[in-house]
Design a protein around this ligand. Structure first.
Ligand SMILES: Cc1cc2nc3c(=O)[nH]c(=O)nc-3n(C[C@H](O)[C@H](O)[C@H](O)COP(=O)(O)O)c2cc1C
Length: 212
């Protein structure tokens, strides 16, 4: 192999983004449900999403700062309420998931835009997405900001306090992995369906409202 090497300072922010999202693949997608301090519900997808350990069960999402350097609603909400639900995204719900990524103000309800059905969680206040076969109720362990401008990271580390799994995907308490067709995000608008290993494209929806 003949390598070309780049210092991160030699790449523009968008070149860094392209480099990372095209090489760290596939990334699982967390459809994250939160509520604001005054009870407004919010739903948005995050592919900066990974496990960190299992005792206690722990995971992280990173809602980056917006292109204007402001906090996304999900970050505002988890900072205020210290609770969220990760809803696992499958092939059947990917178009609706994509709709929830539109940029709308905090009073606009992505649940209604995407026609997702909320069901009550057992421990935390944010509701779960009925259309998703797996929900992870989480409390916030720590939030770590890295950077301070547009696209800066905000590592939200959550502890999973309750699991909900569609009975059809279980044998006893064992997950039947082959029944769960999660979707992974690749670079650009490309995704992979883990049930059918073929790539497909899904363009981001255009923004109906730009208030952030
Ligand atoms: C599949 C997918 C994955 C995404 N992953 C992230 C991510 O990891 N971090 C992030 O800041 N934005 C991500 N976005 C964009 C956010 O979903 C988008 O900025 C959204 O409007 C944030 O909503 P909120 O302001 O309600 O939190 C992703 C979008 C899509 C479609």
């Amino acid at each position: 192999m003949a390598f070309r090497s780049f210092g991160s300072v030699d790449l523009s922010p968008s070149e860094c983004y392209d480099m990372l999202v095209n090489v760290v693949t596939p990334r699982p997608i967390a459809l994250v449900s939160t509520v604001s301090a005054d009870g407004m519900q919010n739903l948005a997808p995050f592919s900066y999403f990974q496990l960190g350990g299992t005792s206690p069960p722990s995971l992280m999402i990173s809602p980056t700062l917006s292109p204007e350097g402001t906090e996304k609603d999900t970050l505002v909400n988890v900072s205020a309420t210290r609770e969220f639900v990760v809803n696992i995204v499958t092939r059947e719900m990917v178009e609706e998931m994509n709709i929830t990524s539109v940029r709308v103000g905090p009073t606009e309800d992505e649940w209604k835009l995407a026609c997702f059905t909320p069901i009550a969680s057992d421990i935390v206040r944010p509701p779960r997405v009925a259309e998703s076969p797996v929900h992870l109720e989480c409390t916030v362990f720590k939030i770590i900001r890295h950077g301070d401008g547009p696209s800066a990271s905000n590592y939200v580390i959550g502890e999973v306090v309750r699991f909900h799994v569609d009975d059809a995907m279980l044998e006893g308490q064992m997950m039947l992995a082959e029944k769960l067709h999660t979707v992974g995000r690749l670079g650009g608008d490309n995704y992979i369906d883990t049930g059918v290993p073929e790539r497909f494209r899904l363009a981001r929806p255009s923004t109906p409202l730009s208030r952030q």
